[in-house]
Write a protein that binds this ligand. Structure first.
Ligand SMILES: Nc1ncnc2c1ncn2[C@@H]1O[C@H](COP(=O)(O)OP(=O)(O)OP(=O)(O)O)[C@@H](O)[C@H]1O
Length: 288
């Protein structure tokens, strides 16, 4: 079966259960958002898929082949991790060549174009790059390597807003030109909300949501209007947060709205992903 299949995987570090019986399939040609609070287990999961770590229990398969110590399976997955896996003295252009040799395909021409767009000098050594450009050379590598599964762990770390926009744009363009699976682990949830099709939420080492962005967003809604009207409307409903500005109030609710029940003067709209995420992942919040 094609895809990355994670079956009953657990991983502990010195007694701390970082991942607890994870079962998950990452399909082909999809953009996933892997979301979770700090320490939830996102990087551990990505590191297990790519053999930086090995599970205590369970197994991972890549296109039907065991992922553990299997070069053929691993050549299908590229992880852009938080750590630098290339020697500091290596030049950016050599990273591109080396990655192409290891993975059997790399679009050097496209990488050159991306370097120009980001203003990255390919002749520079990694050790000469600023924090943002250390992310940028890795982003470019991840976008240009020819593999069906690209895992991006905090890809926009240290990037300014313009460079983040550029990255999202290039990612969508690359995806449209040649569909493959991208898994984006990030805390900048609203920024990726428009890109992702499927959302996986990890909380305390367990998966609490694995569903389409569309259906997750349909599990809540926002109402806004005069504070008094909004207060009357939300009474007895499942309110997860409110914002007040002057005499106006916005309330975020779980559940599906009954449109017929919404009085005049109350504006109904979609809930934003960030608000839902906060509710799903706070300690008291959201049972599965
Ligand atoms: N090599 C390690 N040794 C010991 N503990 C570890 C190790 N790697 C991860 N952990 C612990 O496992 C848990 C999950 O960490 P992980 O890095 O996977 O979380 P994360 O969701 O990626 O977090 P963040 O968003 O902060 O990067 C944390 O409690 C972390 O401290």
């Amino acid at each position: 079966m094609n895809g990355i299949e994670i079956r009953g995987v657990s991983k502990s570090f010195a007694g701390l259960r970082a991942l607890d019986d994870i079962t998950l399939t990452l399909g082909e040609g999809m953009i996933y958002g892997l979301l979770g609070r700090n320490g939830a287990g996102k990087s551990t999961l990505l590191n297990l898929i790519t053999n930086r770590l090995f599970p205590d229990e369970g197994e991972i398969f890549i296109n039907g082949e065991p992922a553990a110590e299997n070069d053929r399976a691993q050549s299908l997955v590229y992880l852009m991790g938080e750590k630098d896996y290339y020697p500091d003295a290596m030049r950016v252009r050599d990273v591109f060549r080396w990655t192409g040799n290891f993975y059997g395909g790399f679009d050097l021409e496209r990488a050159g174009e991306f370097c120009e767009l980001f203003g990255l000098d390919q002749t520079k050594k990694i050790q000469q790059l600023s924090t943002g450009y250390r992310s940028i050379y890795k982003i470019i590598t991840a976008l240009c390597v020819d593999v069906p599964y690209v895992l991006l762990d905090e890809p926009v770390l240290g990037l300014d807003a313009n460079h983040r926009e550029l990255f999202y744009k290039l990612l969508i363009e690359q995806y449209a030109a040649e569909p493959r699976t991208f898994v984006l682990s990030t805390h900048l949830i609203e920024e990726i909300a428009a890109l992702i099709e499927q959302i996986v939420v990890i909380k305390n080492g367990r998966i609490i949501r694995d569903e389409s962005c569309e259906s997750l967003l349909a599990s809540g809604y926002t109402v806004a209007g005069k504070a008094g009207d909004v207060d009357r409307f939300i009474e007895g409903k499942n309110v997860i947060g409110t914002d007040t500005l002057g005499g106006l109030k916005t309330a975020y609710l779980l559940g599906r709205p009954n449109r017929d029940e919404v009085p005049q003067g109350i504006e109904l709209s979609r809930i934003d992903l960030q608000k839902l995420f906060i509710e799903l992942t706070n300690e008291q919040g959201a049972k599965k």
